[in-house]
Design a protein around this ligand. Structure first.
Ligand SMILES: *Cc1c(COP(=O)(O)O)cnc(C)c1O
Length: 423
């Protein structure tokens, strides 16, 4: 029996209606920007396997670092203990973040990184005896699938079944060109109530919403309103972090500094699940007390797993090479040319680029997030050996940084062909 056939006996896949979904493709090998399935068919990984893999599949540099770590200390509990990989990772990462970021907390994935940030915001005020129990987030945000992260997420069918069991979150519009004023006004009304602990956002690019992009100046305005009203700002850089936007972090485009940052996805180059939430000194100090009850009682078994830390250190080293930085700029230039071309296409409503992220909206009214049109596009790309996951009528590319110009050209061509044949 094939892997694909054996899969269905026991496995339950994410975001999948098993009754109607096609069976999953069994991948047996990955190298660089390429994947191969069990029948030997080749695919270009045009979305870096859900945005986690900038340095290519089966990256030898990261693999060697992991192997070396596994043979000296694979894991040790982080409560009451520490280890050099965690310390080195913190020493290397913190100087890359906005200089108000002083403390770092480990967890396992993007959702838990967000969970930690939201809990810290809420408990900070609880510890102070102030009643600020609500959160502000953007419409169509995505912050993960655990309960607090889900509450902050605004994509309704992801969260609809759990309404009523979620922390209180109020949404404001994303500050696009024609909604910036409305967004600022909505925020000003909320902050006046003194009910809110934090504002969480995906800086500059809302990934899961379909790579919706907005300007740093607009985010600066919103963040400064929060700052003047004692509301913490949480930059969820789980998707945007580590070079995706053309700078190390999307926050590098801002004048304002966030109070907290959430990092995951590319943190370990797509090898080991790990995430980090970072904080200002002020937030840390809100828990620093003789009273044990004021501590942050949050942790995960695999917190700061040394193997994950070793993978993250190696990944950071790769990110900072001249070669990788040039790759990011090279992809950006190619994307901009493709954007210019696609903007002229009568069936393309809008195209946009930031860093290695390219997105275009097909002119088709309101298509369902996982609707029929989206599925036809998805299937077309798969048949043509390109892994792309359109969102509604939006097609986006977020390739591994090491992708060649030739493979990038193939992705562009397949997209053009899809627009001709499917639309
Ligand atoms: C993917 C993502 C998350 C959730 O991360 P998981 O590792 O899937 O839990 C949170 N925030 C953003 C912005 C993301 O893109």
């Amino acid at each position: 029996m094939s892997i694909q056939e054996r899969d269905s006996q026991y496995l339950w896949h994410p975001y999948t209606q098993h009754k109607t979904a096609a069976p999953p493709i069994a991948i047996t090998r990955g190298e660089g920007a390429l994947l191969w399935d069990e029948n030997g068919k080749q695919y270009i990984d045009a979305i870096a396997s859900w945005w986690v893999n900038p340095y290519g599949h089966s990256n030898k540099y990261i693999a060697d670092a992991i192997y070396k770590q596994l043979t000296s200390l694979e894991h040790v509990l982080f409560g009451g203990f520490t280890h050099e990989p965690a310390v080195v990772l913190a020493e290397r990462l913190m100087p890359l973040l906005p200089d108000n970021q002083k403390k770092l907390f480990f967890s396992d994935n993007g959702s838990t990184a967000v969970e930690v940030a939201l809990k810290v915001a809420l408990q900070y005020f609880y510890n102070k005896g102030e009643k600020r129990t609500k959160i502000i987030a953007f419409e169509n945000a995505f912050h993960g699938d655990t309960f607090a992260a889900m509450a902050a997420s605004g994509i309704s069918f992801f969260t609809e079944a759990f309404r009523g069991s979620l922390i209180e979150v109020t949404r404001i519009p994303v500050p696009l060109k024609d909604s910036e004023r409305e967004s600022i006004k909505a925020l000003q009304e909320l902050v006046a109530t003194n009910d809110y602990a934090a504002f969480i956002f995906e800086p500059l690019v809302q990934g899961a919403a379909g790579m919706v992009m907005y300007k740093p100046e607009a985010l600066d305005s919103l963040m400064s309103i929060c700052k003047s009203n004692g509301i913490f700002t949480i930059a969820d850089e789980v998707m945007t972090g580590f070079g995706k936007t053309g700078k190390n972090f999307a926050c590098d485009y801002l004048k304002e500094q966030p109070d907290m940052m959430c990092l995951s996805k590319a943190l370990t180059g797509g090898t080991i699940p790990m995430s980090i939430t970072t904080f200002t000194q002020e937030l840390f100090d809100g828990f620093y007390d003789d009273d044990v009850n004021k501590a942050l009682f949050h942790g995960h078994t695999f917190t700061a797993n040394p193997t994950g830390c070793a993978a993250a250190i190696a990944s950071l080293e790769l990110l900072q090479t001249v070669e990788m930085q040039e790759n990011i700029q090279r992809i950006n230039r190619k994307h901009l040319l493709f954007k210019e071309e696609m903007e002229k296409h009568p069936r393309v409503k809008q195209a946009r680029v930031l860093g290695v992220i390219f997105a275009l909206d097909i002119d088709r009214g309101n298509e369902g997030y996982y609707g029929d049109f989206r599925n036809r596009l998805y299937d077309f790309f798969i048949v043509h050996g390109v892994v792309l996951r359109p969102v509604g009528s939006t097609i986006y590319i977020l390739p591994p940084y090491i992708i060649s110009n030739e493979l990038l050209g193939t992705i562009y061509n397949v997209i053009k062909q899809a627009i001709e044949e499917i639309v």
